[in-house]
Design a protein around this ligand. Structure first.
Ligand code: FEO
Length: 392
């Protein structure tokens, strides 16, 4: 008897992935309050294919789950939709357990499989966009979907059962629920995930979404989080997010040492709210990066608040500004609030980091010492100007 329950997600597809409830950080960067899953799927026609593997450390669980359905030695194909170790890191182990199996990947994927996992050339099979694999009664169709979010990424589609395996795309970092309707916070997690992982690749995401819609899937089985049996919901959200649809919303990220910057942030947020603008404030010493990324997905403007420290931004504000630049959110406008004691520098550095993003810097308030009435007035006026842009 197997210790594990193996779920069937369609007639001939079993979910053989693992739940990592305890993982709290991804890429040494991304917080995961509910852990994540590494979804692997077993597709069984006359021949069997494994779609992706799992994070190293969970190989035994993957093998036990497969073994409760079939002899792993009979698997003939392992599809590697993506080479990142959370999906492909167990390839060396699985190739040992599946001596007949070849690895199917894009050309770039094959190169990465050799580089990361020493997959021998005679066990690699390159697939191109539109290629099919006949499993005997079942057909896997491959679609190149580069930069979602690595250059080698691809989708796999099981035609007869209309199950799409898009790997990271359309996923979520949460271990809760096998199905989308078993996790009432799924779309909150999916938005965080999109902001952290897919937002820098919105154009590629639009192309990927078009391909996904073209298949008209009944089920979307990503490599993280629950399986979508209501695929329209996640695809509609991705349509909004990849298009960069923003709303009347400002994200304020700030850090303060002796409350001067904090006071200005308060004035800014109060006036923006009074002007009918949604405001999300993140104080950086306690902020969750995932929450910031989520708020950036549909914000129209960003306000950075920082004192000058040693001639530049407070290091936490420099980190946040660099992150905003890297995540490439669709925001069009920015503003900077800053304070200093004897010499500025934070505003200059903020401009250097945010300038290349293409966001219009609507205004700056840089205060020497704590803000007085006149400076609060200047912040309020900047807020009104920003509100007018954002509402427009
Ligand atoms: Fe889930 Fe890009 O790995």
């Amino acid at each position: 008897m197997s210790r594990y329950d193996v779920e069937r997600i369609s007639d001939n597809v079993h979910w053989v992935g693992v739940k990592d409830w305890d993982r709290r950080l991804f890429d040494s960067l991304i917080p995961m309050p509910e852990g994540t899953t590494y979804n692997s799927y077993l597709v069984r026609g006359k021949k069997a294919a494994l779609i992706d593997t799992v994070n190293p450390g969970f190989e035994g669980e993957l093998l036990a789950k497969i073994s409760s359905v079939m002899d792993p030695a009979d698997i003939e194909h392992i599809v590697m939709n993506h080479a990142e170790p959370d999906h492909a890191g167990s390839l060396p182990f699985m190739l040992g357990k599946c001596p007949k199996a070849t690895v199917l990947a894009t050309e770039r994927g094959a190169r990465l499989a050799s580089m990361y996992y020493d997959v021998p050339e005679d066990r690699l099979q390159i697939v191109k966009d539109g290629d099919a694999l006949d499993l005997g009664g079942l057909t896997l169709r491959f679609a190149e979907a580069p930069w979602l979010h690595w250059p080698e990424t691809m989708f796999t589609f099981l035609e007869e059962e209309r199950v799409l395996f898009p790997c990271d795309f359309l996923g979520a970092h949460t271990a809760r629920g096998l199905w989308d309707d078993q996790n009432d916070e799924l779309y909150f997690h999916a938005k965080r995930y999109f902001g952290q992982i897919m937002m820098p690749f919105r154009k590629q995401g639009q192309r990927g979404l078009e391909k996904a819609r073209g298949y008209d899937p009944l089920i979307i089985a990503p490599s993280h989080g629950p399986v979508h049996r209501h695929p329209k919901r996640i695809m509609d959200l991705y349509e909004e997010w990849t298009e960069g649809r923003t709303r009347s919303k400002v994200v304020i990220v700030y850090v303060s040492m002796w409350s001067s910057t904090a006071q200005m942030v308060r004035t800014m947020s109060e006036r923006l709210t009074a002007e009918g603008v949604e405001v999300a404030v993140h104080e950086l010493t306690g902020a969750d990066l995932g929450d910031i990324a989520k708020d950036l997905v549909d914000a129209r403007a960003i306000v950075l608040g920082s004192p000058t420290v040693l001639g530049g931004l407070h290091p936490m504000a420099a980190y946040a500004a660099s992150l905003v630049k890297a995540l490439r959110p669709p925001a069009k406008y920015a503003a900077v609030l800053s304070s200093y004691a004897w010499g500025g520098g934070a505003v200059k550095q903020a401009g250097e980091i945010l300038g290349p993003t293409g966001m219009e810097i609507v205004g700056v308030v840089d205060v020497s010492g704590p803000p007085r009435e006149a400076q609060h007035q200047a912040v309020a006026e900047l807020a009104s100007e920003l509100a007018a842009r954002v509402r427009g």
